[in-house]
Design a protein around this ligand. Structure first.
Ligand SMILES: NC(=O)c1ccc[n+]([C@@H]2O[C@H](COP(=O)([O-])OP(=O)(O)OC[C@H]3O[C@@H](n4cnc5c(N)ncnc54)[C@H](OP(=O)(O)O)[C@@H]3O)[C@@H](O)[C@H]2O)c1
Length: 492
């Protein structure tokens, strides 16, 4: 048995190691150590964190090292180490050190929030040494890391044979199944984690818009809205995010006695994964408008100077109010608008997964992805079972919202959805994610879009050509000549 207080013990006793012992790494290491059969090696750049962890958690019997060389020696071969350091240069620095002390066949896992293109680059470089490199998205924050996160590993199928059982043992469990699956090769895991975070942004923004409407139009106090969310959490909206929203809204500030939501500055921050999702979706040509609106809503909220000089801009003169008799119906309208918009956000997220899989040649099982998001991660929800069912029934489903379950839900919700979006616009209450989701839905179902006019404009100023509805081929109108039409080379 390993000695928790010893450092520099060079006998190979650990079957798994963790590098980077800040909040995520130390919790993940403790999670690993709590599982039958695991002996966990730990190492951190500054030894102080290592000492704190081993002294605070003697029950974990960590094998601690103060140098990367001793860390490598403390691992049984083939060695497996999970890096949990600051994403970016920190990750590159640790990979560089590990490749010097690891041997071919060993496995390096990056469990940080890496950009998937970095993971693709790192996997390619590390593979040359004969060492396996696995980028694994880990979601669930510090509690998830300790009690069971949702894990999205990429990398080779061969490395997953070793890694799969270890990751399964520490992952969250949803309906008896561990929340981990081999997502695909190289950067697939981090790509899917990025999309997960993008969906998370949209989900949070939609919930925030629902709260705003219930408060400003429904006249409900935060504690009453908390009760509404608690009730919603019993039905089709059941999710971790709805649950914690109720908790936040019920919280009062100890200092002032006011609802904490009124004390917190209304400027939302971000760590960048939502931005990555939108940037990559733009590159992939996938309209993730709900996610983009959520990212932009956070950035608008943070432009304090612009907001300060804009508060006197005129709004509509008629506020939207609901009578006591209509309140129940209004709350139900908001619930349905939230549900419909949420379906759109997830549908867009899965479209981005499809497009990424195609571009980077990943074979991603979308049903399996929705299942591993049912537990451990921030967007965990019952609803994900419906997505899994939809992909089980039709693996090549073109658009999630055309699956029968979701179409029925949208049909049921759409009158409410339209009332809420129209009402918010009329009253001057921003609801960017609600309204863009509805526009997306209407855009998809439209038989004709004004894109034909856009093509005409493009052809007018740039001879970008167009297709005709009635004839094969590519055409151009001689706009500055006699305006006759000629056949042209497709210059899309
Ligand atoms: N926090 C979350 O909820 C969450 C959720 C999912 C994923 N993640 C990801 O998990 C990873 C760890 O997150 P965290 O919040 O626990 O820690 P963090 O604050 O992102 O990073 C701190 C850790 O990185 C190490 N580090 C930084 N630069 C280094 C370098 N050049 N060489 C070696 N070590 C270096 C630090 O070592 P020293 O102690 O020596 O400074 C420390 O152990 C990150 O990639 C993060 O994005 C975080």
């Amino acid at each position: 048995m390993a000695d928790s207080t010893a450092t520099g013990d060079t006998t190979a006793q650990a079957n798994i190691g963790v590098i980077g012992l800040a909040v995520m790494g130390s919790n993940l290491a403790r999670n690993l150590a709590s599982r039958e059969g695991n002996t966990v090696a730990v190492y951190n750049r500054s030894a102080e964190k290592t000492h704190t962890l081993t002294s605070e958690h003697p029950e974990a019997n960590f094998v601690a090292s103060e140098t990367i060389e001793d860390f490598a020696k403390s691992l049984q071969t083939p060695r497996t180490a999970i890096i949990m350091v600051k994403a970016g240069a920190g990750t590159d620095a640790v990979i560089d050190q590990l490749t010097k002390v690891f041997e071919p066949g060993d496995i390096i896992v990056d469990g940080g929030n890496a950009l998937f293109t970095d993971t693709i680059r790192r996997e390619k470089a590390v593979k040359e040494t004969g060492i396996h490199f696995v980028g694994a998205g880990i979601s669930g924050g510090e509690e998830g890391a300790l009690k069971g996160p949702s894990i999205m590993p990429g990398g080779s199928a061969e490395s997953y044979e070793t890694l799969g059982p270890i990751l399964s043992s520490i992952a969250a469990v949803a309906e008896g199944e561990p929340c981990v699956t081999h997502v695909g090769t190289d950067g697939a895991g981090h790509f899917v984690k990025m999309i997960h975070n993008g969906i998370e942004y949209a989900d949070m923004q939609l919930i925030a818009e629902a709260y705003d409407l219930l408060r400003k139009v429904g006249g409900l106090e935060p504690a009453e809205i908390a009760d509404v969310f608690t009730e919603w959490n019993q039905g089709e909206l059941e999710s971790y995010l709805i649950e914690i929203t109720a908790e936040v809204l019920r919280q009062t500030d100890a200092k002032t006695g006011k609802p904490i939501v009124d004390i917190i500055v209304d400027e939302a921050g971000s760590k960048g994964t939502g931005v990555w999702t939108v940037q990559n979706a733009l590159d992939l040509g996938v309209p993730v408008s709900g996610i983009a609106e959520a990212v932009f809503a956070r950035s608008l909220s943070s432009h304090r100077e612009q907001r300060d000089v804009s508060t006197n801009l005129p709004g509509p003169s008629n506020p939207w109010t609901v009578s006591e008799d209509d309140k129940k119906g209004f709350i139900e309208d908001v619930r349905l608008a939230l549900y419909a918009s949420k379906i759109v956000a997830y549908s867009q997220g899965f479209d981005a997964i499809n497009a990424g899989a195609e571009k980077y040649d990943w074979n991603i099982d979308k049903g399996a992805i929705s299942k591993i998001w049912r537990g451990g991660c921030i967007i965990r929800a019952q609803f994900l079972n419906r997505i899994a069912d939809a992909y089980d029934e039709q693996p090549a489903l073109e658009a999630l919202l055309t699956a029968p379950y979701f179409t029925e839900a949208l049909v049921r919700a759409q009158e409410s959805w339209r009332r809420v979006v129209a009402g918010a616009a009329g009253a001057g209450i921003p609801a960017p994610a609600f309204s863009s989701s509805l526009s997306y839905y209407d855009g998809l179902r439209a038989e004709r879009l004004p894109a034909s006019l856009v093509q005409g404009q493009r052809d007018f100023f740039g001879a970008h050509t167009y297709k005709r509805v009635d004839t094969e081929g590519t055409f151009h109108t001689l706009w500055s000549g006699d305006r006759s039409e000629i056949e042209a080379v497709d210059t899309h």
